[in-house]
Write a protein that binds this ligand. Sequence first.
Ligand code: TTP
Ligand code: MG
Ligand code: MG
Length: 414
Amino acid sequence: MSGARAILHVDMDAFFASVEVREDPRLRGLPVLVGGAGRRGVVAAASYEARKFGCRSAQPMAVALRLCPHAVVVAPRHELYAEVSRAVFAVFERFSPLVEGLSIDEAFIDLAGTERLWGPPRRAAEALQAAVLAETALTCSVGIAGVKFLAKIASGMHKPNGLTEIAAGSELEFLATLPIGELWGVGPRTQEKLARRGVATVGDLRRFGEAALVEMFGAHGLHMHRLSLGIDERAVVPDRAAKSLGHEDTYAVDVVGVPELRRCLLSQATRVADRLVAQGLRARCVCLKIRDGEFVTETRQCTLPRATDDHREIHGAACRLLEAVDTDGRGFRLTGVSVSQFESPQAEQQQLDLLAPASEPPPRSAALQAVLSAVRERHGHQALFPAEAGSERRPGTTGAITHSRPSEPPKRRR
Ligand code: TTP
Ligand code: MG
Ligand code: MG
């Protein structure tokens, strides 16, 4: 895969259950269920021994115990799992600075530039599995591919303790027989609609064609068609990126529908623009983060033709990124907008001066953004907020506001 991008997706095996087995070696080799033991308890994690009986995450405990009556039930210890997760992520971060946590037990790792240190991707992946095992006594499964979505599919193919590489050049062959539901962002509704048109596999999707997909699903259709060709430009966005700033909101009630989502993004784009102005920065890269009620988190990013600190441009970019998300039938608990690739306006102005010696005054929109930001800075955020943002979703009324880079990997549903 030399020359191509190499992305790892790493996911711990039966994470909560494996931690419990590590803590109590008497459980080794036994079917273990972590979860609430009460009548309404749910299985959080099932050891691979328990899975042979059909037990799995999110199953009612009563059902799991019917399938496997001799299973050992262990009450969850979330603080312990969070601590182990931090140890696992510390190992990941030794392999590359580009680590993007997806949940408590999984991450993407972009191996760009690490070849001299770790060798080719497969060797790096083996070293990573060995380091995780040596330092945490736990196994993980790794997928290797040139793009994110293929790496994620690959990591799940040979669990537990699996290592699966989708080599450059074999993507189309691999995708041909894959059910479309395995593609990220292809939900049950989309599957149903496509099934009615005879599309079941990713190969079918490719043959169905870009035009037909765009006609049926708009920008999301285009996105799916690109995935069917193995194309996925999504970058690995590191959790601790020093050079980005953003805002995200978690909503008490899931947000449904594009108009409402766009209003949420406007509030976030505005706050991001204010901070850019406050710091005298403009950014070229805009990133959308969105998490649905099932805790599936997606990020999309794009690069603008020129750096900006204008909330309308940032909002516009975020809305275009939103078009590539399957919003059909999904409620969203979190949205966030962040920006990166900063330029200082002075540097940009100097570049413009070089290009056009008779320099023009700064565009009106830049001056306007500076004034709006200054007013909000003095009088608080509600003072001058774009009317389209809608009062019910103004910042401060939507739940906790957090910065976009959590210092810990995001947690899965418990
Ligand atoms: P997963 O990685 O989805 O599952 P897993 O690690 O248990 O098993 P696998 O080997 O298939 O990866 O989730 C990680 C942890 O998140 C899991 O151990 C427990 C928790 N979790 C829940 O609490 N509820 C859920 O519904 C799921 C899917 C996971
Ligand atoms: Mg796992
Ligand atoms: Mg996982």
